[in-house]
Ligand binder design. Structure first.
Ligand SMILES: [Zn+2]
Length: 219
C-alpha cells in the first residue's frame, strides 16, 4: 500500500462511514481496509467517534495560546517574587526601619545623678535605639558650650501595636536609661535627629542641627 493511497482512503473514510460514496469507491475502500491495518484503525476510530468533527486549532491559535501560557507562567513567577519582596520589605520595615521619636517631656528626661553621671531616661511605649553624640564644642549665643545630641528611635515592631503580638511584657512599664559618656564635660543636651553620614557628606552640619534641636538639659 503506498501512502498516497492511504491518504486518499482516509480522506473519503468519513463519506464511506456516512455511506455517501459511489459503489466503486465503496468497494475500493472496503478492499483497501482489508489489507491496510493503518486505515482500518483509522476507520474504527472514526466509527467509534461516530465521526464527530473535532476542530483542530490553527497553528496561529496554537502559538498564541502557547505564548499566553508562557506569559501566564511568567506572571505567576513575577507575582511570587513580588510577594516575596513585599514580605521581605514589610519585614525589614517593621523590624529595621527606625523612625525618630519626637521629643516629649513626659517620655524623655535627662538628669544628672548624684555620682555626676548624666543619664537619659525613656519612658515611652516604643523604643528601638538611642543615638547620642560625644560632647562637642559649639557656639551658642556667643558662648562656647560642650553639647551632646541625643535622639530615640522606634520601629513598628517596637511600637505599642506590638503589644498585640507580644503580650508577655507591658512595654508601658519599661524604662530605658542611657548613660552619657564623658558626662562631666557636657554643658547641654539637645534633642535632635542627626545622621552622621550626612554630616560627613557635607549635607548637614552640627551648627544646622543645633538650630533645629531642642534643649532638654543644661548644667
Ligand atoms: Zn491504507
Amino acid at each position: 500500500m503506498n501512502d498516497i493511497k492511504c491518504t486518499i482512503i482516509q480522506d473519503v473514510l468519513p463519506l464511506y462511514i456516512d455511506e455517501v460514496v459511489s459503489q466503486d469507491t465503496k468497494e475500493m475502500v472496503k478492499e483497501h481496509l482489508q489489507h491496510c491495518d493503518k486505515c482500518q484503525q483509522e476507520y474504527d476510530l472514526m466509527k467509534q467517534d461516530l465521526y464527530l468533527p473535532v476542530e483542530k486549532p490553527s497553528p496561529l491559535f496554537n502559538n498564541i495560546s502557547k505564548k499566553f501560557r508562557k506569559k501566564k507562567v511568567m506572571v505567576s513567577i513575577v507575582s511570587v517574587l513580588v510577594t516575596l519582596f513585599i514580605t521581605a520589605g514589610a519585614f525589614s520595615y517593621v523590624f529595621y526601619y527606625e523612625t525618630v521619636i519626637p521629643y516629649s517631656k513626659s517620655i524623655i528626661r535627662v538628669e544628672m545623678q548624684n555620682d555626676n553621671q548624666l543619664i537619659s531616661h525613656y519612658f515611652g511605649k516604643s523604643y528601638a535605639s538611642v543615638n547620642e553624640t560625644a560632647p562637642m564644642p559649639l557656639e551658642i549665643d556667643g558662648e562656647k558650650k560642650n553639647v551632646s545630641f541625643i535622639f530615640y528611635t522606634e520601629t513598628i515592631a517596637d511600637s505599642p501595636s506590638r503589644n498585640l503580638i507580644n503580650n508577655e511584657k507591658n512595654l508601658n512599664e519599661q524604662e530605658y536609661s542611657w548613660k552619657f559618656a564623658d558626662s562631666g564635660k557636657i554643658d547641654a543636651v539637645y534633642y535632635a535627629d542627626f545622621d552622621v553620614e550626612k554630616i560627613i557628606a557635607g549635607k548637614d552640619s552640627w551648627d544646622a542641627i543645633l538650630k533645629r534641636a531642642e534643649l532638654i538639659w543644661e548644667k
